[in-house]
Design a protein around this ligand. Structure first.
Ligand SMILES: Nc1ncnc2c1ncn2[C@@H]1O[C@H](COP(=O)(O)OP(=O)(O)OP(=O)(O)O)[C@@H](O)[C@H]1O
Length: 327
């Protein structure tokens, strides 16, 4: 059995796959609330004992930078050590990679039904690719095209400086600088980022917060979902403004990443938030922000842009990396 993990600030997804004729057949899968557990190791041993798995190879994609087989997860108080996991699993090695790198490995294993197309791009699109994923945090990765295949690499681009694009966003940056010494893209483009956008609009007098919303935001464990669901249902003008701003910022930063890796082979939106907002992402605001890069606009228009709808993309990518160690 191949054990794969996608370790995020909110969700830790684990799955067991059987390699069948070079393909990965999913056998068992489970999603755990990351914050309910003290470490990844605890969840891994729980999963293995629950399903009585015999693990031949393992790889985990984790939300944070990985250095020399170790990772401190950015939005969780966890330290992950590949050697300790390997010893616990009685394996010679365990793969530990960034979760967006795992996502990037997973893209080649998906089919057309796993994507929603936002921009078709050039018919002969080829070259580097990029993945950007807003979730609990903001992950970004590139896929270098070596002339024969794509080679994924992790970045920490989500922690680069937020660059405002208009007067409202300049005001947003000023507002957030009071709270955060460093205002990264993650502070405005993620689940907690949506809450920051909403609070900015509310606290700068852009609209009234009705009592029912105050109540829901106070009591709900997932305020980002409250805001986006109220926006999609047309129940709150303030929430709609916050969601509209998130969509514009998603387009702007996806375009920044696309320029940085010259992603003529395509840009992919991963993570848990994009699939919930596909209809909004298909509206004109996302692509307009993606394209609006001055003289390079035609280059961006040639790039295919797709949302990854399959929530197991990173798991598949991690499983694929683990399978390579068996060959
Ligand atoms: N309907 C929704 N609209 C907007 N945000 C949402 C919605 N539902 C959940 N979220 C937010 O999505 C985030 C979780 O995303 P995801 O499922 O990608 O988690 P994750 O893999 O643990 O994250 P990461 O890998 O970024 O650490 C949470 O911050 C949550 O508040």
């Amino acid at each position: 059995m191949i054990l794969a993990g996608d370790v995020g600030g909110t969700n830790t997804r684990l799955a067991g796959f059987e390699p069948v004729a070079g393909n990965l057949m999913p056998i068992v899968a489970e999603t755990y609330a990351s914050r309910d557990h003290s470490s990844l190791d605890t969840i891994v041993y729980l999963f293995i004992s629950e399903y009585r798995l015999r693990v031949a190879a393992a790889c985990f994609g984790v939300a944070g930078p990985v250095r020399r087989g170790r990772a401190e997860t950015t939005n969780l108080p966890w330290s992950i050590d590949a050697n300790a996991l390997a010893a616990g699993l009685k394996l010679p090695t365990v793969g530990l990679i960034n979760d967006l790198e795992a996502n990037a490995h997973g893209i080649a294993l998906l089919g057309p039904a796993d994507f929603a197309v936002l921009n078709p791009g050039a018919a002969d699109a080829m070259g580097n690719q990029a993945v950007i994923a807003a979730g609990t945090g903001l992950g970004e990765a590139g896929l270098f095209w070596d002339g024969r295949r794509h080679r994924p690499f992790a970045t920490e681009g989500g922690h680069s400086d937020f660059a405002p694009g208009d007067a409202l966003q300049i005001e947003l940056l000023r507002h957030l600088r009071v709270r955060f010494a460093h205002v990264s893209w993650e502070r405005v483009l993620s689940g907690p980022g949506l809450v920051n956008l909403y609070q900015f609009l509310r606290d700068t007098g852009r609209g009234e917060e009705p009592d029912w919303l105050t109540e829901e935001l106070r009591n709900h464990p997932n305020p980002a979902a409250v805001i986006s669901q109220a926006a999609l249902a047309g129940k709150s003008w303030l929430c709609e403004q916050a969601l509209d701003l998130l969509i514009v910022l998603y387009g702007a930063e996806a375009g920044n990443l696309a320029l940085k890796v010259t992603a003529l082979g395509g840009v992919f939106l991963g993570g848990g938030i994009a699939p919930k907002l596909v209809d909004r992402l298909k509206g004109p605001a996302f692509l307009e922000a993606f394209f609006s890069k001055g003289r390079l606009r035609p280059l961006l228009e040639a790039m295919p842009v797709r949302v990854i709808l399959n929530e197991r993309a990173a798991l598949l990518g991690a499983a694929h990396c683990a399978m390579q160690t068996l060959i």
